[in-house]
Design a protein around this ligand. Structure first.
Ligand code: AMP
Length: 211
């Protein structure tokens, strides 16, 4: 399956992506994870994007398209992919469309997780992320077995720098202004599947009926 996951930060895109990946062997591609890895490794790219990410602002379309043009042509993408956090703006959506046409590929659907704002804020302020493998935890609903330690890889679990209250407010505003218009874009493309939940069974049902 080639699927775009749409929805505000905290909607559950990463969790749904991981579950779908386990289901059919597609690879999850998270632009946020790619950028966070660059920041942790202290690369040129990381230095370029760090301040914008911490404030909850988007990095440039050119930079993201440079990364994704390469990534989508790697071997593991042949099995299918789940795009998590990309595209994030109309220019990125247009550029992705052009790239896929060039590669002779087609998306199966754009899955929107349409989650209410109060649920999002609660989830983001209680979310914790593994610094190494990106596994997501929640202090209330999914704590790790040992506090602060990832169940999967044993690395440290932290609250992300962009999950302070002011950065969250900003990220939601950025989503509404720059990313929410993609819902209409993919509706017009005939690709939109919208679900009011990140419950996996409901999501799978909706994808199956679309495909
Ligand atoms: P995420 O983990 O998807 O919430 O992304 C974290 C941060 O990485 C965002 O707030 C942006 O600063 C940056 N980012 C991730 N994906 C994109 C994208 N497609 N376009 C622009 N910035 C992005």
């Amino acid at each position: 399956m080639k699927i775009i996951l749409l929805g505000p930060p905290g909607a559950g895109k990463g969790t749904v992506a991981k579950a779908l990946m386990a289901h059919d062997g597609s690879v999850q591609i998270s632009t946020g994870d790619i950028l966070r890895a660059a920041v942790s490794a202290g690369t040129e790219l990381g230095k370029q994007v760090e301040a914008r990410m911490t404030a909850g602002n988007l990095v440039t379309d050119e930079l993201i398209m440079g990364i994704m043009e390469q990534r989508l042509q790697e071997e593991d993408c042949q099995q299918g992919y789940l795009l998590d956090g990309f595209p994030r703006t109309l220019p990125q959506a247009e550029a992705l469309k052009a790239l896929l046409e060039k590669l002779g590929e087609k998306l199966d659907c754009a899955l929107e997780l349409d989650i209410p704002r109060d649920v999002i804020i609660d989830r983001l302020t209680t979310r914790r992320t593994c610094t190494n493998c990106g596994e997501i935890y929640n202090v209330k609903s999914k704590p790790p077995r040992v506090e602060g330690v990832c169940d999967v890889c044993g690395s440290e679990i932290v609250q992300r720098d962009d999950e302070t209250e002011s950065a969250i407010e900003n990220r939601l505003q950025v989503y509404n202004e720059q990313t929410a218009p993609l819902v209409e874009f993919y509706r017009d493309e005939g690709l939109l599947v919208s679900v009011p939940t990140s419950d996996l069974e409901t999501v799978m049902q909706a994808i199956k009926s679309k495909l």
